[in-house]
Design a protein around this ligand. Structure first.
Ligand code: GLA
Length: 517
């Protein structure tokens, strides 16, 4: 039986409008992210659809991609979520329950999740709110919301992209709210990425039931990057700047950066535009074989810092000067601001960035940091003129002082600890997870949430730029069986004092025989 959430769509809508709009910096009460602490900066990761479509997706491909995210430095740069899209990864059995496709995913979907977590990456999966997914290859969640969200939780998903195909007759707000309710009932906090391509204006209501929502049609057909089409995504997404903020993101789709087709200048421009729009940075290229130029673009820490800024403001076009658009409206956590000049013309163009366009007094002395050349100019008063090559950008950070701190960018060596207790006599076992901050300020200690099972305690210790979560398991009195805990830790960004995205990891304990006291 399909459960209908008690809150009427109109109520959801009105409440969401109240918490939307420019200015808000913390996830307002009632937002999904206020409960689970997830996606307080735009999610970063990799999804297969843009490059591969459905057919070649398999466990082997996803594992190779995950390995490449680590080897290429993308994990350290902040890319965390990875997993299959529409890759025929499950079907529905006669009992109505989802079963992994073991032919394509021989370790099962839990096995793939464990592999990804073991690499210090987070596990992303895909489904649909209707009866079937878009290619009709896989079953959708309609009428199975609770069982399916339970299955995704059992597979240890951290992120689910939820498509909107084959939904005839469904109310969009109720459908996604039902999935939110089912996810909460399943007990595993998971990022919900809504994929209705702007249908149903999700920016008006979806922050209560998810964390990000597609605002546009697909950016490309699989394998066919399309520059003019990508720019149409930018125009549609730009208009929605007022609705973005921590825990609620407009999603102009996975990136085409590094796919066959676009030039390096176009890749740089697209990446800068995604960062300026505080868009989710979900790479869609083949990271196993990408060029050094593509890797350098996707991992540029100074550009990523704009996307991952804790204030979470989405930039917008301030004015257009011929073929050059000047983007601003993106104040940053340290009092600086980001500015972008983008040349859509066929010839080089000059553009003026005036302090008054940025809300600054023309007499203010400021420094301008170029986020692609990594050079700083200044002090300057009034503004500066820049030359912009065709299809290219000049991406700047402007501040009164010559200091451009990077916000926290986290990476971990693992998101899973697996321990095995073999002895009948009580023992203590330990396992650690190291979390490194790629930002420039030292983080306060992580606070581990309550509600840990009595067999587990967690201590956090410093190790240079990293903090290590030391997990101690006491086996005394435990019966034979499998035990699991999901640990949540919270922190604040030290410069702005704003809450950071919560950190979650799994602890698994196998007790081989009953243990005495
Ligand atoms: C829709 C989505 C795409 C992709 C495909 C899979 O088109 O928008 O991103 O997930 O479905 O069929």
């Amino acid at each position: 039986m399909r459960r209908i959430p008690s809150l009427a769509p109109a109520v959801l809508l009105a409440a969401a409008i109240l918490v939307s709009g420019p200015g808000a910096q913390e996830p307002a009460a009632g937002l999904r992210a206020a409960h689970d602490g997830l996606a307080l900066t735009p999610p970063m990761g990799w999804y297969p659809w843009n490059m591969f479509g459905e057919e070649p997706q398999s466990e082997a491909l996803i594992k190779e991609i995950a390995d490449a995210l680590v080897a290429s430095g993308m994990r350290e740069a902040g890319y965390a979520y990875v997993g299959p899209d529409e890759g025929i990864c499950f079907s529905r059995g006669a009992d109505g329950r989802l079963t992994p496709n073991f032919a394509r995913y021989p370790s099962g979907l839990r096995g793939l999740g464990d592999y990804i977590h073991g690499l210090g990456l987070k596990y992303a999966l895909y489904t649909d709110a209707g009866t079937r997914t878009c290619s009709t290859a896989m079953p959708g969640t309609r009428d199975h919301e609770f069982d399916d969200m339970r299955a995704f939780a059992d597979w240890r998903a951290d992120y689910i992209k939820i498509d909107w195909c084959n939904t005839e007759g469904q109310d969009i707000v109720r459908s996604y709210a039902a999935l939110d309710e089912a996810q909460r009932a399943a007990g595993r906090p998971v990022v919900h990425s809504l994929c209705s391509w702007g249908e149903g204006s999700p920016w008006l209501w979806a922050a209560r039931v998810g964390h990000l929502w597609r605002t546009t049609a697909d950016i490309c057909a699989p394998g066919k990057a399309d520059w003019p089409r990508a720019l149409r995504m930018v125009s549609a997404n730009e208009r929605l700047a007022a609705y973005a903020g921590p825990g609620r993101w407009n999603d102009p789709d996975m990136m085409i950066v590094g796919m066959p087709g676009p030039s390096d200048a176009q890749n740089r421009s697209l990446f800068s535009l995604w960062c300026m729009m505080a868009a989710p940075l979900i790479a869609g290229n083949d990271v196993r074989t990408m060029t050094p130029e593509t890797a350098a673009i996707l991992t540029n820490p100074e550009a990523i810092a704009i996307d991952q800024d804790p204030l979470g403001r989405q930039g917008r076009i301030l004015r257009t000067d011929g073929n050059v658009s000047i983007w601003g409206g993106k104040p940053l956590f340290d009092g600086s601001q980001a500015v972008l000049a983008f040349n859509q013309g066929r010839y080089p163009a000059d553009a003026r960035i005036a302090w008054k366009d940025l809300g600054l007094d023309p007499g203010t002395a400021c420094y301008a940091r170029n986020l692609w050349t990594h050079r700083t100019q200044g002090p300057l008063t009034g503004g500066l003129s820049v030359g912009v090559a065709p299809d290219d950008v000049v991406f700047l950070r402007i501040a009164p002082a010559d200091a451009f701190p990077l916000p926290p960018i986290l990476s971990a060596d693992s998101y899973r600890i697996a321990l095995r207790a073999e002895s009948r006599s009580p023992r203590t076992l330990t396992g650690s997870i190291k979390v490194t901050n790629g930002g420039s300020a030292e983080l306060p200690f992580w606070t581990v949430g309550g509600g840990l099972p009595r067999w587990l305690s967690v201590r956090v210790v410093k190790d240079g730029q990293s903090q290590v979560f030391v997990n101690t398991v006491a086996t005394a009195g435990l019966k034979k069986g499998l035990y699991h805990a999901l640990v949540r830790a919270d922190n604040v960004e030290p410069v702005s004092g704003l809450p950071m995205t919560s950190l979650y990891y799994d602890v698994d304990l196998e007790v081989v025989r009953d243990v005495g006291r």
